[in-house]
Design a protein around this ligand. Structure first.
Ligand SMILES: [Zn+2]
Length: 437
């Protein structure tokens, strides 16, 4: 059930060996990878046109003949969205009898349910194995994976990736960091795969009680701020590579040790960045080329990023994207640029003396956009110390946003409120647009 083009290439040339897969990937010129990808795109489009009710209906409504589709643009405005997946029954997307199901909870609405076959899970695992291998994980390594279990996909992918690499692996669910810390000397783990916040708690224990030699940390999820990263790397004296993925798309990409953007899984997934702004940032859209149980044609991930055009110094021929800027539906367009809550989480993360319950509000005064940081002080620190810490972070972390400030495109305000006056609903809102429509 894996796409025909790649199946022929891989099974004849590569077999099941991860190093061979990597050698093949590196030998294959980008133009040939592009051809494999586009052939696979046409193939999955024709497959889904025949078997997927949702996609077939979209084609029919627009009068598109699937035989004429060569590239994503040929599908015009046909996309699959998280809202489609949440609101329609699975039968709308399933193309054959599934073998596995995973769930993902969004920031709003019920869970999305994504079905796979064993082979499809395996494929995702093989490419994660290739990424780990390129980042130095070899036979003899001992991996502990603390991605959440339950209906989540990531721990299964990492577990199977370790099997491909022939390395020792404990996929332990997500226990308290203390439980893993106490087992470090027993099982001699030297590779950790974990969520950023778990890693920080784990590292706080190690900072007090001592570290163990590690060769690599793989962190998933883009909530790994630079501050967290420097802290965890500093304590363990070990590099962190970030992996990026979603349940719908599967593993999408991983950093190399240069830590400069995610190398994408160009063989299994076709990525587009749609509606880019003048700097190239737009919404990431993915087509799952090798899935046949529940393929997604042009799935809108709603994450905003851009392609990195220059080749990576590591030599991998895979395309790269920058770290995720934020969610498209949380974006506020203003004089400072396109703003996302994540930007302010990064800026305020290490500013001391303010309560966690801050908000940033975009307002308008006369003809000017105002970026208003609303905060509550916690320990009698001077407001000017907080203001200069924020300005320094803004300057260092987002020079383009700072440059717009220097050009007078917006003004900064700092509002200090009494404790308890910033109230948040069930879902915390960090960035609020109060300008009149
Ligand atoms: Zn690289």
């Amino acid at each position: 059930m894996i796409n025909r083009v790649r199946k022929i290439v891989e099974r004849t040339v590569v077999g099941d060996s991860v190093p061979a897969l990597i050698r093949w990937g590196k030998r294959t010129p980008p133009s040939a990878i592009e051809k494999i990808r586009m052939d696979a795109f046409g193939e999955v489009v024709r497959y889904a046109a025949e078997r997927q009710k949702f996609f077939a209906r979209k084609l029919h409504e627009r009068g598109i003949d699937p035989a004429t589709v060569r590239r994503p643009e040929d599908l015009g405005d046909i996309f699959t969205t998280p809202e489609d997946l949440r609101s329609l029954p699975a039968e709308e997307f399933l193309c054959c009898e599934p073998e596995l199901v995973f769930e993902t909870t969004g920031t709003s609405g019920g869970p999305k349910r994504v079905y796979f076959s064993y082979a499809e899970l395996d494929f995702a695992a093989r490419y994660q194995a290739a990424g780990l291998y390129e980042n130095g994980v070899r036979r003899g390594a001992r991996v502990v994976c603390t991605f959440d279990g339950g209906y989540w996909i990531s721990s299964w992918v990492t577990f199977r990736a370790c099997e491909y690499l022939g390395v020792f692996c404990s996929a332990a669910g997500k226990p308290h960091p203390r439980e893993i810390y106490s087992r470090m000397p027993i099982y001699k783990y030297d590779v950790i795969a974990a969520d950023p916040t778990w890693l920080v708690s784990f590292t706080e224990i190690a900072e007090k009680e001592g570290t163990f030699p590690l060769r690599l940390i793989m962190a998933a999820g883009d909530r790994m701020t630079d501050v967290y990263r420097r802290y965890v790397e500093g304590v363990w004296k070990c590099p962190i590579v970030l992996a990026y993925g979603t349940t719908e798309v599967g593993g999408a990409g991983m950093e190399c040790l240069r830590q400069d953007g995610y190398h994408l899984d160009d063989f299994n997934i076709l990525f587009e960045v749609i509606e880019p702004d003048e700097k190239g940032y737009g919404e990431l859209v993915a087509t799952t080329l090798s899935r046949r149980t529940m393929p997604f044609i042009r799935y809108r991930i709603h994450d905003v990023t851009r392609f990195i055009k220059t080749p990576c110094a590591c030599g991998a021929p895979l395309q790269r994207i920058e770290r995720i800027r934020g969610r498209r539906d949380e974006m506020v367009v203003m004089g400072a640029g396109n703003m996302y809550p994540e930007i302010f989480e990064r800026i305020l993360h290490d500013v001391s003396g303010i309560d966690e319950n801050w908000q940033v509000v975009v307002r308008q005064e006369g003809l000017h956009d105002i970026l208003d940081f609303r905060m509550e002080l916690t320990n009698g620190i001077s407001t000017s110390a907080v203001e200069s810490a924020i300005q320094a972070n803004l300057k260092t972390l987002y020079p383009d946003v700072w440059a717009n400030h220097a050009c007078g495109m917006y003004q900064l305000r700092f509002t200090f409120l009494p404790r308890g006056s910033i109230t948040q609903g069930r879902k915390r809102r960090r960035l609020i647009d109060e300008r009149a429509a």
